[in-house]
Design a protein around this ligand. Structure first.
Ligand code: FMN
Length: 408
């Protein structure tokens, strides 16, 4: 639980599209973030998924019909709209998009949408030909012009067997846009550079020296900064993770490539956060051909790579500089040494060895070490939450007054 949507009222509209099953997962993620969620389902949506799933997950009766027999007359379409902090229609069919664009209110969801005044987000999902249909495109444009946030579908294999744009983004990506929409923009206009992932130092064309970093911490920092309005560049070593929305990614492999990219981008960044696990050493010689199995023992000679943080620290020029230190022992001493030696503002230290902390896990247990000698021990939490707390401390302690931190 990271609580990014604590005390927020979200209304989820589910339509009759093949991707309706993904909405149940979106609902679960919204609730995990602390939101109270109410669900409208169209009648056709219930051909794809049952209302009970949504009712059980949300804990609130699902609304599909404004005129339920035996029910006391209610104004759910008005009350739910008045109380909503955000409305998300996912999947949004060509049908609901057309109705919304034209102010048609002929069922519960479309009637509700005419009443909504909160931010509203529409996630179109349909067959590629349907999505590219000129009338559908016209209607999507009308919605965008009306101030509705459109979460563009991704392209790829669609359930109907066609290939092209129309696939509902993954629930995590939609959740990210919801959080972004509701997060105050305390880093607006700030240029933030984040590094993430491991580097790979080649031994021969098919082997390399690396480490188990997955990039999760750095991608979480990039995502959090973007949600808070920053313009984010992510320099990443090899990682399986999707690049967060609107973040500019630069993909690198070796420590040398990482150093070149970071030193160039840092020039124009106000905040630099280095979470990447960059190799300290690389093989002195890279074999041109694959090394053959032969001798019982061979040795690998290694040479030092450039210390990127040290170089950044030397010509800091008013930038905020944050490093990460994963240690197996003497965390306090090693982290403080790095903080001083590399002229950093904050170092985020964690002791590795605990499976719920450090490489590859979704959670982390870190200590923030500050320049003034103070430190803050954080409990184990999701990496997204660590990222936001780190950005809070940067905003509170290191940015000019008036930049208000968000949350915790
Ligand atoms: C198997 C099947 C899959 C469908 N998938 C989609 C879809 O992904 N997107 C879409 O816009 N319409 C899809 N449709 C068509 C809609 O269900 C149809 O336009 C319906 O009127 C939408 O109703 P609603 O917007 O009230 O939910 C599908 C229809 C069928 C039979």
């Amino acid at each position: 639980m990271t609580d990014r949507l604590k005390s927020k009222n979200v209304v989820l509209g589910v339509c009759g599209g093949i991707a309706a099953y993904k909405s149940a997962e979106l609902l679960r993620l919204l609730i995990k973030q602390g939101a109270a969620v109410r669900v409208f389902m169209t009648r056709n949506a219930q051909q794809f998924v049952g209302w009970m799933t949504f009712q059980a997950l949300s804990g609130v009766p699902v609304c599909s019909d404004l005129f339920e027999k035996g029910d006391v007359a209610s104004f759910k379409h008005i009350d739910w709209a008045a109380e909503a902090d955000i409305v998300v229609v996912a999947p949004a069919t060509a049908n609901i998009i057309g109705k919304m664009a034209n102010g048609i209110a002929d069922d519960a969801l479309s009637t509700f949408m005419t009443v909504v005044r909160s931010p509203a987000m529409v996630c179109p999902s349909m067959n590629a030909n349907m999505f590219q249909n000129p009338a559908v495109q016209r209607n999507i444009k009308t919605l965008a012009d009306d101030g509705i946030l459109i979460v563009e579908p991704s392209a790829g294999d669609l359930a109907c067997g066609t290939v092209g744009p129309g696939r509902l983004p993954e629930p995590e990506q939609i959740l990210d846009r919801v959080i972004a929409c509701l997060t105050p923009k305390d880093l607006r206009d700030k240029r933030v550079l984040v590094t993430a992932g491991p580097t790979r130092e080649p031994i021969d064309p098919v082997r390399f020296v690396s480490n188990p970093s997955t990039g999760k911490m750095g991608y979480a920092v990039a995502r959090a900064a973007e949600q808070r309005g920053a313009s984010v560049t992510l320099i990443t070593g090899p990682s399986e993770l999707p690049v967060p929305a609107t973040v500019t990614a630069i993909h690198v492999t070796t420590a040398e490539e990482m150093a070149r990219a970071v030193l160039e981008c840092a020039e124009t960044s106000e905040i630099v956060i280095k979470t990447a696990a960059v190799s300290d050493y690389r093989p002195t010689r890279v074999a041109e051909q694959k090394l053959k199995k032969g001798e019982d023992q061979i040795s690998l000679q290694l040479e030092k790579t450039d210390d990127i943080l040290m170089q950044l620290g030397r010509k800091k020029q008013g930038k905020v500089l944050v490093g990460f230190a994963a240690e197996t022992e003497d965390l306090n001493q090693n982290a403080r040494q790095k903080l001083e030696g590399k002229n950093l503002d904050i170092i985020v230290g964690n002791l590795i060895g605990n499976p719920a902390s450090g490489f590859a896990s979704d959670t982390n247990q870190v200590t923030l070490f500050f320049r003034d000698g103070t430190q803050e021990v954080l409990p184990e939490m999701e990496k997204d939450a660590v990222a936001h707390i780190l950005l809070n401390r940067i905003a509170e302690r290191l940015l000019p007054a008036g930049e208000q931190p968000v949350g915790q």
